[in-house]
Design a protein around this ligand. Structure first.
Ligand code: PEP
Ligand code: MN
Length: 339
């Protein structure tokens, strides 16, 4: 059960309300976000909401039977729009393109990628400065220095920064330089990290866990929301299956399912999804058709020399072509009557 509190509900009214609801055997958790105050009631599924609907401070009540609640469409039908400023948004009914290298490598590399993005009217750049690597001997990122160089250049170019945060202690040092915090597939269920990202006023993109279900991804989003941050984007990036011919199995089924269950925007990462450069464009376009609100892919001036994930990274020519094809495919999708 989600109880939306009326604006201006004071502390004692809130306490009265919590106490009253508690008497019906319901456990109440208070959630405060940038957008509003809520009480989440758990237990007693057959509860008759008319018993509390009239109480002072209650603006609206919704019964949400799923384990995730605040991210559910059963409560909030209107899609959530992520406003990054400067007219840049990730939202239902539009097509966000996020491109850039797997890893940030140097100031010169940043400049070349930004130039490429500007030439192709791409407004959001991805790149890791803290890299989760399967081997401890692989390149692990330039860290905060790399992020600061990136920030200076991106700001001057009007480009938004999407980058992975790996641990709680990095949030504070990164927050001023980041537009979207990426939670990587290895951290989807790092609940401490999700809790802490609930406290920042920056968007959070949560990737689906390597072996994570759709339900688990939504539960992870619920952590961030209930921590106080409603600016969440879900990302399908492939899951591990028995299939070995591709890096992961890009589960495009997840896109319409997530969109039907949640009001949050959903984007697709075909680069990590299939992991094979020459097939990234096909899967990106399939992602557009599956109903995604955006595509995030890896691009580098010289993928063969990339410090990480070169095998799945497009060169600038391929990236320019793909960006144009994504837009064309999206325009076509809009002419169809899909849910
Ligand atoms: C990445 O985006 O480069 C990355 C490491 O992604 P994932 O967490 O999906 O593996
Ligand atoms: Mn990568």
């Amino acid at each position: 059960m989600i109880i939306q509190l009326a604006k201006n509900t004071d502390l004692s009214e809130k306490e009265d309300l919590k106490q009253k609801i508690g008497t019906f055997g319901i456990k109440v958790t208070e959630v405060r976000t940038q957008m509003g105050d809520y009480l989440i009631g758990i237990g007693n599924k057959d509860f008759d909401i008319r018993k509390i609907g009239h109480l002072k401070g209650v603006q609206d009540i919704h019964i949400v039977s799923d384990d995730y609640k605040l991210v559910s469409k059963k409560w909030k039908v209107k899609p959530t729009s992520i406003d990054l400023g400067d007219g840049i948004r990730i939202e239902d009914g539009s097509m966000a393109i996020i491109a850039g290298p797997c890893s940030i490598e140097s100031e010169e590399q940043i400049a070349r990628v930004i130039q490429h993005l500007k030439e192709n009217n791409i407004k959001m750049m991805r790149g890791g400065v803290f890299k989760p690597r399967s081997s401890p001997y692989a390149f692990r990122g330039l860290g905060l220095d790399g992020l600061k160089w990136w920030y200076e250049q991106a700001k001057a170019a009007g480009i938004k920064i999407v980058t992975e945060v790996m641990q709680v202690s990095q949030i504070e040092e990164m927050v001023d330089y980041v537009d979207i915090f990426q939670v990587g597939a290895r951290n989807t269920q790092n609940f401490n990290l999700l809790d802490e990202l609930g406290k920042v006023d920056k968007a959070v993109m949560i990737k689906r866990g390597i072996s994570g279900t759709i339900e688990e991804l939504l539960q992870s989003a619920e952590y961030v929301f209930s921590g106080g941050n409603e600016k969440i984007i879900l990302c399908e990036r492939g899951i591990r299956t028995y299939e070995r011919a591709s890096r992961n199995t890009l589960d495009l089924n997840a896109v319409p399912i997530l969109k039907s269950k949640s009001h949050l925007p959903v984007i697709v990462d075909p680069s990590h999804g299939i992991g094979i450069r020459e097939f990234v464009p096909q899967m990106a376009l399939a992602g557009v058709m599956s109903g995604a609100d955006g595509i995030i892919y890896e691009a580098h001036e010289n993928p063969e020399k990339a410090y990480s994930d070169g095998q799945q990274t497009l060169n600038f020519q391929q990236s320019a072509l793909l960006a144009a094809q994504i837009r064309k495919t999206f325009a076509l999708r809009k002419t169809f009557q899909l849910l």
